[in-house]
Design a protein around this ligand. Structure first.
Ligand code: NAI
Ligand code: MG
Length: 493
């Protein structure tokens, strides 16, 4: 073999040849699905007054999973009435008693972790290893953490008491359905609020399964109500006069509309919207670890992550070395059936999202950026996209400015820390950023200057219930997690 052809051979093939292919390792546990789900109002399964249902598909193969009730304004109203009736007793319960419910919920979710992981992966398309090792355990962790707060609300702010707000309306997206439900429900309940929650229309199943956990935990009827449906149902949740607060996670466009709708109503609002995070690699960084951080930053959950490290800023002196290692690493990523335990990148969440990603990738090519995709066979059914990296990207390109929400990385270079800060902050968003360097002082300086709610140093996409998460600018406002997140669900008196 000539030296020239040797340098072209990808690392995995060099090591193992083409013979070493993984056998399929399908997850076989049952997700325990029903064919049809009605609404969960006042602790009971309730047929929608609209009499309408819609179908939730699996992005894995495009096949139907279950029928979901379409809640109309009258259904949303019934949910608010139930939450309003449940509020006095729930809010007056001693914190330690509310805490017991939250602990029970957390433990029941742990007991049924496998079943929930499978349901999450089937409905949303994320790899089973992520729903099993991240989404479900983190959701349980949020209930455990907030269970601990429930009887310590008097200690949260010296000299002040945290009083509940009343009924809160919550709207969550499809990228982390169960985890976002936990982020929203746990602090609201710990503080003594009651809830009307709407999951995303494409991923209602784990939310509705969660209702059975609430029943098993003996949560009083009406404390939590689930209404399912799309934007119109969401708008009814936002605009209901009994809501004292709205918490929303989703697109910036819908978030802005909600803010306009709530102006002057006196309702509290928290918005967690999109992002276009910079993942910044300095020349003194541990390159192999940084490459893992880049891969995790953009390909975790197919890049359907609001804080995804979708813009790689790499110092010019190491750019070619980083790109070479990154391309080799990309060839070892396994794209395919999300139910296979070896899969790294699962199915794109929906045809609509696939089309959005493809449109932006085509725009990147048309605007002159250079696209790299490793050779990989994609399943024929379902929605799949090859991991994609763009070089020769300029700040004005759409792929450098717009949230793609897919497995697509835009690479830019910089020479000095000042240039890195300027480029990183040159975006309407401000949710997260990553910094990779051997120098603690440089990491601290960058963290101070980057306009982002979360800055990770020498890691990426690390979450913890104790750590507040939220954005600046068009990424929204308010924090979730930690004491700061708790305060969003209380009035200080
Ligand atoms: P979306 O913002 O429409 O959906 C999020 C949630 O809001 C869903 O539960 C939806 O039913 C609800 N909703 C939609 N219209 C509403 C309205 N008028 N009033 C109240 N609730 C409403 O997001 P979509 O269309 O699913 O995704 C579009 C893009 O948004 C994605 O490509 C991505 O860029 C971004 N996105 C960002 C998320 C994040 O975590 N920051 C999550 C989901 C999407
Ligand atoms: Mg679905």
């Amino acid at each position: 073999m000539s030296a020239k052809s040797r340098t072209r051979t990808p690392a995995r093939e060099l090591l193992f040849g083409n013979l070493w292919e993984y056998d399929p390792a399908p997850e076989t546990s049952s997700p325990q699905l029903q064919d049809r789900y009605t609404l969960f109002i006042n602790g009971k399964w309730t047929a929608p007054r609209t009499k309408k249902f819609f179908t939730s598909l699996s992005p894995r193969d495009g096949k139907p999973l279950a029928d979901i009730a379409l809640a109309g304004a009258a259904d949303v109203n019934a949910a608010y009435q139930a939450a309003t009736s449940a509020f006095p007793a729930w809010s007056k319960l001693p914190g330690a008693e509310r805490g017991k419910y939250l602990y029970r919920i957390a433990r029941l979710l742990q007991d049924r972790a496998r079943e929930f992981a499978v349901a999450e992966t089937l409905d949303g398309g994320k790899p089973i290893k992520e729903s099993r090792d991240f989404d479900v355990p983190m959701a349980a962790a949020h209930f455990f953490y907030h269970a601990g707060w429930a009887d310590k609300l008097d200690c949260a702010m010296p000299g002040k008491t945290l009083a509940p707000l009343g009924v809160v309306g919550q709207i969550i997206p499809w990228n982390f359905p169960l985890l976002m439900l936990a982020w929203k429900l746990a602090p609201a309940l710990a503080c003594g609020n009651t809830v009307v929650l709407k999951p995303a229309e494409t991923t209602s199943i784990t939310c509705l399964k969660f209702a059975t956990i609430l029943q098993e935990a003996g949560l009083p009827p009406g404390v939590v109500n689930f209404v399912t449906g799309a934007g119109e149902t969401g708008a009814a949740v936002v605009n209901h006069p009994l809501a004292k607060k709205i918490a929303f996670t989703g697109s910036t466009a819908v978030g802005k509309g909600i803010q306009r709708a709530l102006a002057g109503t006196g309702k509290k609002l928290t918005l967690e919207l999109g992002g276009k995070a910079a993942n910044i690699i300095f020349e003194d960084a541990a390159i192999d670890q940084a490459v893992e951080g880049i891969v995790n930053g953009i390909f975790f959950n197919q890049g359907h992550v609001c804080c995804a490290g979708s813009r790689l800023l790499v110092q010019e002196s190491i750019a070619s070395a980083v790109m070479q290692k990154l391309k080799i690493r990309l060839r070892s990523l396994r794209v395919g059936d999300p139910m296979d335990k070896n899969t790294d990148i699962g199915a794109i969440h929906s045809l609509k999202q696939w089309e959005k990603i493809d449109e932006l990738v085509k725009a990147g090519v048309a605007e002159g950026a250079e696209l790299y995709q490793p050779p990989c066979a994609l399943p024929e059914d379902g929605y799949y996209y090859a991991p994609s990296i763009f070089t020769n990207v300029s700040l004005s390109h759409r792929i450098a400015r717009e949230e793609i929400f897919g497995p697509v990385l835009s690479v830019l270079t910089f020479r000095t820390p000042e240039e890195a800060v300027e480029k990183a902050n040159n975006t309407p968003y401000g949710l997260s950023a990553g910094v990779w360097t051997d120098k603690g002082s440089l990491a601290m300086k960058m963290a101070a200057e980057l306009k982002a709610g979360v800055v990770w140093a020498n890691t990426y996409n690390k979450f913890d219930p104790t750590s507040p998460f939220g954005g600046f600018k068009e990424s929204g406002f308010g924090r979730e997690g930690g004491k700061q997140g708790l305060l969003e669900y209380a009035e200080l008196i």
